[in-house]
Write a protein of this length. Structure first.
Length: 326
């Protein structure tokens, strides 16, 4: 069984990948999508979106990182994938599931599920362009506005050379509205010979158990559920191994929140760092009542130093300790 952390654009950046993988239970993670249009992207694009490539292609906790591309030009995607491999990308992932309107209008993400032949061409060209030892994988939804092409799309990906397929068990139009149609994951697995990962609407241990029963697959990818409950992967791994499951308490989460905020302070503009903290806190409210109280306390606060004080963090001292240990 493998448990993966989903690539969520605008949410799971290098900071949150670092913090979540510290908790454990995650076998691999994926970058936010790297948009490819007409040229081979420079190294600076990877320094921004995939900085782990320059530290062994893994997070500080040792969790392997995959590089995800999004686009519709097979040749251009292939060229960029080949370049990413020279930077150390251990796996190339292709995004055919993004539901964002702006992305879909530019022929990226889930809109390509209307064109199974193009999916096949993209995967085939990327597979040909990268070294044989580097797997090419794909993430898809069940379709754009219907599921009629779901199985054909999955077959196109597998026949093109995808070594794994992650299925977000909803269409683009369904977005993130429950339910996720896990029974379709089973149908996909029936028509392809490569491993299929179930994704979508797994928020709790019970959700995972139901997903496994309905989909019939062991491998899963966790997105919002893992962001809202940072130890969900660890809980699932423990349950799968027959071990006792002990949920992370709010007190145990505090060092992770502090680490997240300190990294955001160091790496982001003061204009944007508070918003990223509040974004994560808003999702944590689903699992922790205490997060609601803290979120309400910080809701209108955008001054980094005042947020430091509310979190009980001495930023200057933390920076001094960080520099001393570097």
């Amino acid at each position: 069984m493998q448990i993966a952390l989903a690539p969520m654009e605008g949410l799971v950046d290098e900071i949150l990948r670092d913090v979540l993988t510290q908790v454990g239970g995650i076998d691999w993670c994926v970058t936010e999508f790297i948009r490819v249009t007409e040229r081979v992207l420079p190294v600076s694009s990877y320094e921004k979106l995939a900085p782990e490539l320059f530290s062994g292609a893994q997070t500080a906790a040792g969790t392997p990182l995959r590089v995800q591309f999004l686009g519709s030009d097979p040749a251009c995607l292939a060229d960029n994938a080949a370049f990413a491999c020279t930077l150390g990308a251990p796996v190339i992932d292709l995004n055919f599931g993004c539901p964002a309107k702006t992305v879909n209008k530019s022929r990226g993400g889930a809109v390509l599920l209307k064109e199974p032949e193009l999916l096949h061409a993209i995967v085939r060209e990327v597979r040909r362009a990268v070294p044989a030892a580097i797997p090419v994988t794909a993430k898809m939804r069940l379709g754009f506005d219907h599921k009629d092409y779901a199985l054909e799309c999955a077959e196109a990906l597998a026949e093109g050379g995808a070594a794994q397929i992650v299925v977000h068990a909803r269409t683009k139009v369904e977005g993130y509205k429950p339910p996720a149609h896990w029974e379709w994951v089973a149908r996909v697995q029936d028509v392809v010979k490569v491993p299929v990962f179930a994704n979508g609407e797994i928020w709790t241990l019970d959700d995972w158990r139901r997903c496994r029963e309905v989909s019939g697959v062991e491998d899963i990818m966790l997105g919002r559920g893992l962001v809202a409950r940072p130890d969900l992967a660890r809980q699932i791994a423990a349950a799968r191994a027959g071990q006792e499951v002990v949920a992370m308490s709010w007190a145990e989460l505090q060092p992770l929140l502090a680490d997240f905020w300190l990294q955001a302070r160091r790496k982001m503009s003061p204009r944007y760092a508070p918003g990223r903290l509040k974004q994560w806190l808003a999702m944590l409210t689903r699992s922790y009542p205490e997060a609601t109280e803290l979120f309400n306390l910080l809701r209108r606060e955008n001054d980094c130093q005042r947020i430091d004080a509310l979190l009980g963090i001495e930023f200057a001292e933390a920076e001094r300790v960080e520099q001393a240990s570097a």
